[in-house]
Design a protein around this ligand. Structure first.
Ligand SMILES: CSC[C@H]1O[C@H](OP(=O)(O)O)[C@H](O)[C@@H]1O
Ligand SMILES: Nc1ncnc2[nH]cnc12
Length: 287
């Protein structure tokens, strides 16, 4: 296996991580602009590690305006091979309670108008997204979350809504009762799509903060509930991240790092040279 570099995208409430050795914030630039913030480079349990707060320090980016492509491209360019996304979610399930961690394995995308691919006219590619997360990294992440003392659910379907408003009662009921989704948030898409295009091993852990709007015995979600639960969980999230290097080990059986192997459709002589140059930082391996 090539040298592992762990990437962490911190969601709402997770704007910094403690425990990185040799930590240094450094700016980054990509063909898709600047990422949400500088990247925190360091070492974690002997491995290279890079942290990026999805909304920026101080929470300045809306879910709709997070520069998702720049974020994934900057992490890839920083050498990240294994990417863990952390996010806050509402729960559609009684047994996925506030404070619990859910290691996601599926996503339903209800976002609109976000830039969801690195590819485009002049360089067309179609990766598989049937299994959007890396099974080996997800198992390691679940182990790390357990080691940190969290109640962990392995597997869960995340409904990605556009936001920024929370869902109506009718929407909440459709996604829960009709579509069978487990949790809801506003950011995992297009992040998961782009991680796959960038051939990263990708795993996503959702921290449940509320029961969205459907639960008859809980009031509809308010941002104050989300923040209160996140504040109570931030140390646990930090402990999970610290435990990750030791939990890693099993080789990926899914070939996440070769996702582009047969994905590019555009004939070599029909490719737009500018697109090819732009794509090199994320897809250079197959171009
Ligand atoms: C602060 S409540 C709504 C906000 O929280 C989640 O953020 P993230 O996914 O980055 O943890 C949700 O997606 C919304 O952006
Ligand atoms: N109920 C909810 N809906 C969307 N995003 C969320 N983030 C945390 N709770 C949420």
């Amino acid at each position: 296996m090539d040298e592992i570099v762990i990437g962490i995208i911190g969601g709402s409430g997770l704007y910094r991580v403690a425990g990185f050795a040799d930590a240094e914030w450094r700016p980054a630039a990509t063909p898709w602009g600047a990422p949400s913030d500088d990247l925190l480079h360091g070492r974690l349990g002997g491995l290279g590690a890079v942290f990026l707060p999805r909304h920026g320090r101080g929470h300045v980016h809306m879910p709709s305006s997070v520069p998702y492509r720049a974020n994934i491209a900057a992490l890839k360019a920083a050498g990240v091979t294994h990417l863990v996304a952390v996010s806050a979610v509402g729960s559609f399930r009684e047994d996925m309670a506030p404070g619990d961690f859910v290691v996601l394995d599926q996503f339903v995308d209800r976002t609109v108008g976000r830039d969801a691919s690195f590819f485009g006219p002049g360089l067309v590619a179609h990766v598989s997204l049937a299994h959007p997360t890396c099974p080996a990294l997800s198992a390691a992440l679940a182990g790390a979350a357990r080691a940190a003392g969290a109640t962990v659910h392995e597997g869960g379907t995340y409904l990605a809504m556009e936001g920024p408003q929370f869902s109506t009662l009718a929407e909440s009921r459709i996604w829960r009762d009709g579509w069978g989704c487990d949790v809801i948030g506003m950011t995992a898409m297009p992040e998961a799509r782009l991680a796959r295009e960038a051939e990263l091993h990708y795993a996503s852990v959702a921290m449940v903060t509320d029961y969205d709007s459907w639960h008859p015995e809980h009031g509809a979600v308010q941002v104050t509930d989300v923040i209160a639960t996140l504040q109570a969980n931030v140390d646990r999230a930090g402990a999970m991240i610290a435990a990750l290097p030791e939990a890693l080990g099993a080789a990926c059986p899914a070939g996440c790092d070769r996702a582009l192997e047969h994905a590019v459709m555009t004939a070599p002589d029909a490719r737009d040279p500018e697109m090819v140059a732009r794509l090199r930082p994320v897809a250079g391996r197959v171009l």
